[in-house]
Design a protein around this ligand. Structure first.
Ligand code: ADP
Length: 260
């Protein structure tokens, strides 16, 4: 153990023979702890390196357009408009990205929930209206009953936004948000869908099915990772059903939270 401490590595203690005594059990537990620490350390490293990589791309674009304006701006006013548009788009992307990163980082300390009774139908109508405005596309809401739920409104809103945002980004035809007893909320699109072998990975931080097809839509690859954490803190179960070129259906199974 001292050797491991000195070298600051995640090595195992060699355990020669199986036995039932306390020293052997302690050795085994120590080795398992080392594995856990190593795994967390590697995850952390990957996260930092992904995050800096993601931030570098928009910064490079901003830098090159700013240089262009500096060199040519005065003699060629037309490059100014193009450059400002690009700089603005990338700045917005970077802002979204850092906001999501901060939220994910804060998750490790506990998120404080602010609970109240929420009218789900009203909440969904609101979300749909805002998304329609943002994407200039149609978002329908279907809710036969009035359903109330005791939960954190802002966090639930944020969670639903992530799925509706994806549904709008990755499809052209109207998106449907459906509320049923349970309560469950379904977000259904008929867009490009997710290939079978990617479904398990879309909830990973920074995972995108296809860098090329997604880059245009300005995704960060953090949306669903954040959704997973939000759902966990709200005791919501997420089921994701998707078929390539057919569409995606997300089912959120909600639960009332108790204030204790
Ligand atoms: P992004 O910011 O790239 O959208 P997300 O974490 O929200 O990141 O999603 C991860 C990836 O899952 C997306 O890049 C996309 O490839 C895929 N995806 C998510 N939702 C949908 C959807 N409704 N239709 C098709 N693909 C989707």
């Amino acid at each position: 153990m001292n050797d491991i401490k000195r070298s600051q590595t995640f090595k195992h203690i060699p355990l020669n023979k199986q036995s039932n005594d306390e020293l052997f059990t302690m050795g085994q537990t120590f080795n398992e702890l080392m594995d856990l620490l190593k795994e967390n350390y590697e995850k952390q490293e990957a996260f930092v390196s992904n995050a800096s990589h993601e931030l570098r791309t928009p910064l490079t674009v901003i830098e090159s357009y700013a240089s262009l304006v500096k060199r040519r701006g005065l003699e060629r006013p037309e490059v100014v408009k193009e450059s400002i548009d690009a700089i603005h788009t990338e700045a917005v992307r970077m802002k979204d990205l850092t906001e999501q990163l901060l939220l994910l980082a804060r998750r490790d300390q506990d998120w404080k929930l602010e609970l109240s009774n929420i009218q789900l139908g009203q909440l969904l109508e609101n979300i749909a209206k805002n998304m329609e405005r943002a994407y200039n596309s149609k978002v329908d809401v279907d809710y036969p009953h009035s359903v109330t739920l005791y939960t954190d409104e802002q966090k639930l809103k944020q969670l639903i936004y992530i799925f509706v945002d994806n549904a709008c980004k990755y499809s052209d035809v109207p998106v449907l948000i459906k509320l049923s007893e349970g309560p469950t909320i379904e977000i259904i699109d008929q867009g490009i869908g997710i290939p079978k072998d990617s479904i398990d990975q879309v909830f990973d931080r920074f995972y995108r099915v296809d860098e090329a097809r997604n880059r245009d839509q300005g995704g960060t690859g953090l949306g669903l990772a954040l959704a997973k954490e939000l759902a966990e803190s709200l005791s919501i179960k997420i089921d994701l059903d998707s078929e390539e070129n057919k569409g995606t259906r997300v089912i959120l199974r909600l639960n009332s939270l108790s204030s204790h």
